[in-house]
Design a protein around this ligand. Structure first.
Ligand code: AMP
Ligand code: ZN
Length: 469
């Protein structure tokens, strides 16, 4: 597979550290609110990557953290504590909030066919590991204590701005609007590894440490959780593009300083879901959830289909009109699959040919829209229905659109007797009798009764037909 690597800014052939095995780390949700469908675009595209690697035969281990601590409202080391904000809003404890929104997150993932990771680790469960890593960073001179906090010293690194596409001034925390400069820092991009003092003294969760009672910085959790479950060499690290700086840059800095060698080889960043008013975010703008899509009558898989139709490295604009178009296309696709006959033998040569085309398409930096096109090519192919069904089942292991299940459900629905049909037919027969007896009053009364039941009738030479309106 070829994958665009944000670290090298090139499309590269994917070669894992250990043949046949892939370790994949995903920055998980900050669980102070529901995930919006923008967050879920990132998880969804990462899910396709994971499924494609499995399809290619790799043994994949996917690791995800749950940010339930170390979560200040800005990317800098200042800002309000997001978890505490959520707890206050809902009059619950921080841990209750974390559990509730963690469960809600995985329920949304399930509806979108996003597989549950092999490892899910809440950040609060790893305090000893953070202390171990921070202690070594202090011992080796990569960190310093100032004003009660422990900071990472970015000047000790030969290379810091791995994902920095901006100029240094823009990245300087101190000059960002609304963010106060932290005078304890030796260099403006230094970041906190452990807080004992912050502007927000009402932090809910605190732990004892060699530097005093406090709590970890946000970045350290991902480095430690990844190293615990994937070891010293991580194959792929994923996340939304907004995490590239400073979060991922800081992860690299502290992990490599700790390990003393390169850490993660491939970085995959998913670009944002935007609305017409900008990036969809938890703190501002339009906030759309999977539940809202369902309330409005959309199958969550329509949203998955919508995401697959565009490339993960391009911003995607959400609008209801765009989603409606995806719904029409998805429903048609399901109907076409439902129309395929279920018997017959698979033509292996044709199967192999189309499967190779699908791998070629999706294996080129996860080109999912071409993967979807490959599905349509199968439906149009000059082969029997058994081969088509087998190919669709195969591609769907990666695309995750539940096409055969949805098609089966559609067929079942179409075959099922319509509720109330017997009663309607009986009334129509009674009306016919009345008409024969020239009892127009009764015939009209029955027509009105049917109308009230939401049934419209049409008389023709062939007889009377009815539809629900
Ligand atoms: P959070 O729960 O805020 O930590 O974000 C969870 C994931 O969603 C991170 O990987 C973010 O980079 C990603 N993300 C946030 N906003 C968007 C968006 N509008 N579109 C796509 N991904 C996003
Ligand atoms: Zn992370």
């Amino acid at each position: 597979m070829k994958l665009y690597n944000s670290a090298s800014r090139k499309k590269e052939e994917f070669v894992p550290h250990e043949p046949g095995k892939v370790s994949m780390y995903t920055c998980g949700p900050t669980v102070y609110h529901f995930a919006h469908i923008g967050n879920l675009r990132s998880y969804l595209m990462e899910d396709v990557l994971e499924k494609f690697l499995r399809y290619e035969g790799y043994d994949v281990k996917r690791i995800m953290n749950i940010t339930d601590v170390g979560h200040l409202a800005s990317d800098a080391d200042t800002g309000e504590d997001k978890m505490l904000k959520g707890a206050k809003r809902e009059h619950k404890s921080v841990m209750e909030i974390a559990q509730f929104y963690t469960d809600a997150f995985f329920a949304d993932c399930k509806k979108l066919n996003i597989k549950y990771p092999e490892v899910v680790q809440p950040a609060t469960g790893m305090i000893d590991d953070y202390i171990k890593v921070i202690t070594k960073l202090l011992d080796t001179g990569y960190a310093y204590v100032a004003g009660g906090n422990v900071y990472f010293d970015t000047s000790k690194l030969e290379k810091y701005y791995v994902f920095n596409d901006h100029d240094e001034e823009d990245l300087a925390v101190g000059v960002r609007e609304g963010v106060e400069e932290d005078l304890n820092k030796r260099n403006k991009n230094d970041f906190v590894l452990w807080f004992t003092k912050s502007k927000f003294e009402d932090q809910a969760l605190k732990w004892d440490s060699p530097w005093g009672v406090g709590y970890p910085g946000w970045h350290i959790e991902c480095s430690c959780i990844s190293m615990k479950y994937a070891g010293e060499y991580l194959d792929i690290h994923c996340g939304g593009i907004d995490n590239a700086f400073p979060h991922h840059t800081n992860e690299i800095a502290q992990s490599e300083a700790y390990l003393g060698h390169p850490w993660c080889k491939y970085w995959m960043h998913v670009h944002h879901l935007n609305t017409n008013s900008g990036k969809m975010s938890k703190s501002s703008g339009e906030f759309l959830t999977v539940s809202l899509l369902e309330e409005k009558g959309y199958d969550p898989l329509v949203y998955r289909f919508f995401c697959l139709q565009s490339h993960y490295r391009k911003g995607l604009v959400f609008s209801w009109e765009n989603l409606d178009n995806a719904k029409v296309a998805y429903d048609k696709l399901v109907a076409r699959v439902a129309a395929l006959a279920e018997d017959g033998d698979v033509d292996q040569a044709v199967f192999d040919q189309y499967k190779a085309a699908f791998i070629e398409a999706v294996g080129n930096d996860l080109n999912t829209s071409l993967g979807v096109t490959a599905l349509y090519d199968v439906l149009k192919a000059d082969t029997n229905d058994a081969t088509k069904r087998a190919l669709i089942a195969s591609f769907d292991q990666v695309l995750g659109l539940s096409l055969l299940d949805k098609a089966a459900a559609l067929k079942e629905k179409e075959a099922a007797p319509v509720e109330g049909a017997e009663e309607i037919e009986a009334l129509i027969a009674k009306r016919l009798e009345a008409k024969k007896a020239k009892d127009w009053a009764t015939a009209d009364a029955i027509r009105d009764q049917l109308k009230e039941m939401g049934v419209e009738i049409k008389d023709s030479k062939e007889g009377t037909t009815w539809t629900r309106v």
